[in-house]
Design a protein around this ligand. Structure first.
Ligand code: SAM
Length: 281
């Protein structure tokens, strides 16, 4: 019986057969831990269709193909396409697309998959150099993608999951939590990859909040959130005054939002930040 792609020996064999080396420029670190890969796919709520960013040589893709009705995987590295056709040849529910995920028409793809398979989720061991732009592109899909399960750099995962007053809490935490309940699933040690990355990793899950208010201008709200966190040591008053360029108006806005001028953004929940945004309108 063929071993799963994620076993260290099979990965080594595939890399040797194709003369491949992980490319740093594409953030390639291949998962070589079948337990982690299986668990990730099991937790991904991928009963309908699942979108994967960066299948690599197919280790997570294989497990997703076992769990989901259909897998669409976007890979940017042309050298991996023939490899994937070979390693995943036993799975007829996998579609590999050679394209930079940041350039795809995600809304059309999600619509197509939803019509065919009922639900669409995302599961990926993300290339760390583009984690945030990829996640924000997916966030824009709103309720169409209720679950996003991703492996990210531990530090980034902690920032997304942090609550107000915790040291990693920042703009990323408030923005993510405005739209999602963010849960840390488990840590992934460096030895689970070939090659081992310089940083620790974690798998986190974003579950779309049903009550997220999407009637507001999300880009404008996120811009305000980033401005409030611009200088973390400063009070919210100081950061907001710089953003609005008007001391009187800043005082008025904060008074209307019932946020003390002495508070720091790090102490503000997304609800507090939304009150400030609303007070500005
Ligand atoms: N999923 C594989 C695994 O877990 O072993 C590989 C994960 S590796 C961390 C990231 C993968 O994303 C690589 O295969 C890389 O070539 C691919 N990648 C990098 N940037 C990408 C982009 N903008 N769009 C699509 N794939 C990308």
């Amino acid at each position: 019986m063929t071993k799963f792609i994620s076993t260290p020996s099979r990965t080594k064999e595939i890399l040797e057969t194709y003369g491949l080396r992980a490319k740093k420029s594409f953030g390639q670190n291949f998962l070589v831990d079948p337990v982690i890969v299986e668990r990730c796919a099991e937790e991904a709520h991928c009963e309908g269709a699942v979108i994967e960013i960066g299948p690599g040589i197919g280790s997570l893709t294989e497990q997703l193909a076992i769990h989901a009705k259909h897998v669409t995987a976007y890979e940017v590295d042309p050298d991996l396409i023939d490899v994937l056709k070979d390693t995943l040849k036993d799975y007829d529910n996998v579609e590999i697309i050679l394209q930079d995920f940041l350039t795809i028409d995600l809304p059309s793809k999600v619509k197509e998959l939803k019509e065919k398979y009922g639900t669409v989720s995302v599961c990926s061991n993300l290339p760390y150099y583009v984690t945030t732009p990829i996640l924000f592109q997916i966030f824009e899909q709103g309720a169409e993608i209720p679950y996003i399960t991703v492996m990210v750099q531990k530090e980034v995962g902690e920032r997304f999951a942090a609550k107000p007053k915790e040291p990693p809490y920042g703009a990323l935490s408030a923005e993510g939590q405005y739209l999602y309940e963010v849960k840390k699933l488990f840590n992934v040690p460096g030895r689970s990859f070939n090659p081992s990355p310089d940083v620790d990793s974690v798998i986190i899950q974003f579950k779309r909040r049903q009550d997220a208010d999407l009637s507001i201008d999300l880009n404008a709200f996120f811009e305000l959130v980033r401005a409030c966190f611009k200088q973390r040591r400063k009070t919210i008053y100081n950061n907001l005054r710089e953003y609005l360029n008007d001391s009187e108006r800043t005082k008025e806005v904060l008074a209307k939002a019932e946020i003390p001028c002495t508070k720091r953004a790090q102490e503000c929940s997304w609800q507090d930040l939304k009150k400030i945004f609303e007070a500005m309108q």
